[in-house]
Write a new protein. Sequence first.
Length: 317
Amino acid sequence: MKKILLAAMAVIAFTSCSQDEEMDNATQNSRIRLGAIVNTTTKAVVTDNSNFTAFTVVGYATDGEMAAGTALGTPFIPATPITKSGDTWTTKTLDYYWPFNKQVQFFATSPTQTLTVPDTGYPTFNYTINTTSDTQEDLLVAKVANQTATTAGDNGVILGFTHALTQVNFSVKGGDGNTYKVSSIKIAGINDAGKYDFATGQWTPAASTASYDYPLAENAAVTGTDAVAIGAANGALMLMPQTFSTGSKVTVTYQVFAGETPISDTITADADLNGSTAWTPSAKFRYTITLANGGKNIVLGTPTVTGWSSSETEINK
């Protein structure tokens, strides 16, 4: 099932010391508290706060502020699953206090990703897009740098999650007053994997490519020249942010009708994505396709690009 997250704030207190780091004497009773804020979205299966049930956080204690030359070393807080039961967020792992005279760097993902930590600098992870829209995930990432008991304060460390992928949707309009019945929209020649860098919040796509079928509404059709969204209810594709190259394209299969009478054979037509607006993380792209009667020349319009709106709900603070 796709994970679509609405706003939530999760607050966790790590409540006992279990590591070898020396604790700050002034804050020995100051437990590390984490919060999470995620943006709203309108993708495949819309969930509410009760469906935002898990993320994983890693923390590193450093001598100074996080920078490209910082050596993170062994995690101060190893990959720790945070899960929710009712309105309470908990961890089953050992608990943590703020370390003495150090700053803590936090990195989090939902669903859980395996981080790669270089000798110096920020962690990364590799990710591959699932092949079908109903199995694609709303991948969330968060980082908070240079935290201490003082900077965190009474509210704890708030992990501001962002959507790491690009959401893609389609609308369709006809070239005249006839009815255009669409049986398939496919995106092909698209990078299907990449490496995410916490330093920049950007992806380096892999060389591999894949094709994806857009989830259409039942009896997807448009009559006339006004654009109509023809995706399945709450349907969308969640894809790897990228620029496009030769071979990146949208293919539409459709038939033209005058009323209920077919006036064309089944038409399959392509529109080139190469050179069009690059996909960016945490953005929603909607393309409008103009279909042609009697030919294979379809027009892929400039996409409308929006971001996820944000809202916050506090839980169990």
